[in-house]
Ligand binder design. Structure first.
Ligand SMILES: [Zn+2]
Ligand SMILES: [Zn+2]
Length: 123
């Protein structure tokens, strides 16, 4: 399940569960739309993948108890501002490649995480 991290890892902007400008990579590295566009250049600094808008988890129990009341957003703040120059170097090789085509380059891993979380529905 998505952690719904509470803030942008780069600029520390609050990204509550209903934020429409939250962006995540496939490892759930979480940034605001501004940082993804202007600073990250749609290149995740931790894994090199692209970003997608984070889905919004309902705050109301409309079906089966699947809502924020039972599965609240993470409160663990990750604030690791980018080294702009270093990221520009890292992104320069990747930003011109659409994220779907970056898959053919050797896969990266997010720093600070053990890897992808298993999807709860896939078992
Ligand atoms: Zn940001
Ligand atoms: Zn990532």
């Amino acid at each position: 399940m998505l952690e719904l991290r509470p803030n942008c890892e780069n600029c520390n902007k609050p990204l509550p569960p209903a934020a429409t400008d939250a962006r995540i990579c496939s490892y759930e590295c979480t940034f605001c739309a501004d940082c993804v566009e202007r600073v990250l250049l749609d290149v995740c600094p931790n894994c090199g993948g692209g970003f997608a808008p984070r889905p919004i988890r309902p705050a109301t129990d409309r079906k089966g108890g699947n809502f924020l009341g039972k599965d609240p957003a993470s409160t663990t703040v990750r604030h690791r501002p980018l080294d702009g120059a270093a990221h520009a170097r890292f992104a320069s090789a990747l930003k011109s490649i659409p994220p779907a085509l970056r898959a053919s380059t050797p896969p990266g891993r997010c720093a600070g995480r053990g890897g992808p979380t298993r999807h709860p529905m896939s078992s």
